[in-house]
Design a protein around this ligand. Structure first.
Ligand code: FAD
Length: 354
């Protein structure tokens, strides 16, 4: 008998499977070929200092190093680089933000995160003279999530792990106190890692999701001089390969469908035109939905009635930094090695509110 059937092989399911396999667990996957997977279009940026007030992201000091070492470990397993250590360069175009930043420089909590130099002249050449100053952050980077999930799928198949590429049919899940069965698969437990699609999961209908649609552009920029930085000016420009860059992203809680929209495309083109003093060519425009939770903390836990139905979700807009640590924590919990961290346990959700 298998230990776990995992539903969904996006970032959450892939990371969780990594830690379960390390514990020698027998697993199987059901995934609908990454249909609408947010992981398939994310840049995977890990940016430790965020917001108008330049504060450290939630639990950065423990999440970040763990994420970096996990991605290095997975890169070695796959024989493919999935993590890039790259600084984030934030551009300021108004004096107020610039002063705000200067006021934060002496905060000891930011020590080790701020790069020594910000070459204003160089940035002005590429982004225009309206850039008045900026900041560059270290201990940041990027997980190439799309490559990770595709290569991980091959890796699972090479290891002989059962992988049903299909839409999961909730009606066919048979649950008893000792095991769960789904079609040909029989396991002790099932773990749902369906990203935003979990909104339709009847087993966890008590949970509230606040999904946020995100749209991005893939553009070609020739002779762009900041391939080795992730430049941020409202939107990010991130180098992918050759002269191709990821530009994004939009963040929209009020959406009617998951497809790319003309409006968001135009907005992103306008933002990029305003940001960049160089010509670019639009190559593609993609959209997906982030599995976002109102309190911005992941959803980890067990079904209130069935002790063999679990959920690992809610990685929101920060899956690449939150994912590794909480996947490892969840694998430890499933293996009886710890209790669930209260801040991420779904038991914190008392009732669904709209
Ligand atoms: C535009 C955009 C930009 C982003 N940028 C960043 C970033 O820079 N940094 C960062 O950290 N995060 C970023 N994110 C967020 C990141 O994508 C998510 O945190 C993370 O990828 C979520 O992973 P997941 O596995 O929970 O969900 P998903 O990636 O959505 O994966 C769910 C998987 O389950 C499968 N599935 C769902 N339902 C079923 C079913 N019924 N049957 C079978 N299979 C099913 C799906 O096909 C998919 O493969 C971004 C997201 C978007 C949309």
């Amino acid at each position: 008998m298998l230990d776990y059937i995992i539903i969904g092989q996006g970032l959450a399911g892939s990371l969780l499977s990594h830690f379960l396999l390390k514990k020698g667990k027998k697993i199987a996957f059901v995934d609908n070929n990454h249909k609408e997977a947010s992981s398939a279009i994310a840049a995977g940026i890990i940016n430790p200092i965020t917001g108008r007030n330049f504060v450290k992201s939630w639990r950065t000091d423990e999440l970040q190093p763990f994420a970096f070492s996990t991605y290095d470990e997975i890169s070695a397993l796959l024989g493919v680089q999935i993590f890039y250590s790259i600084n984030v360069a934030v551009l300021f175009r108004d004096i107020e933000t610039s002063n705000n930043w200067l006021g934060r420089l002496s905060d000891p909590a930011l020590e080790g995160y701020i790069a020594k130099e910000f070459d204003l002249n160089a940035y002005q050449k590429t982004f225009g003279n309206s850039v008045v100053s900026g900041a560059e952050f270290e201990q940041s980077g990027r997980c190439d999530i799309p490559t990770f999930i595709l290569k991980w799928k091959d890796y699972l198949k090479e290891k002989g792990i059962d992988y049903l590429q299909e839409e999961f049919d909730y009606n066919q899940l048979q649950i008893s106190s000792n095991d769960v069965s789904y079609k040909t698969l029989n396991a002790k437990s099932v773990i749902f890692c369906e990203g935003h699609a979990a909104e339709k999961n009847p087993f966890f209908s008590q949970l509230h999701f606040s999904p946020a649609k995100g749209e991005i552009l893939l553009v070609k920029i020739q002779n762009y001089p900041f391939k080795n930085k992730m430049a941020k000016d409202g939107i990010f420009i991130v180098h992918l390969k050759d002269d191709i860059y990821w530009v994004g992203s939009s963040y929209n809680r009020d959406f009617e469908h998951s497809k790319p929209s003309k409006e968001a495309c135009n907005d992103l083109i306008n933002e990029l035109t305003a940001m960049l003093n160089m010509p670019f060519e639009l190559m593609d425009h993609l959209a997906a939905i982030r599995p976002t939770i109102r309190d911005r903390k992941p959803y980890l836990g067990v079904h209130p009635l069935y002790n063999n139905i679990f959920i690992f979700n809610g990685l929101g807009a920060k899956g690449s930094s939150l994912g590794p640590y909480f996947a490892s924590h969840f694998a430890n919990y499933l293996n009886g090695e710890c209790v669930l961290d209260k801040e991420v346990n779904i038991s914190r959700i008392k009732q669904k509110t709209n």
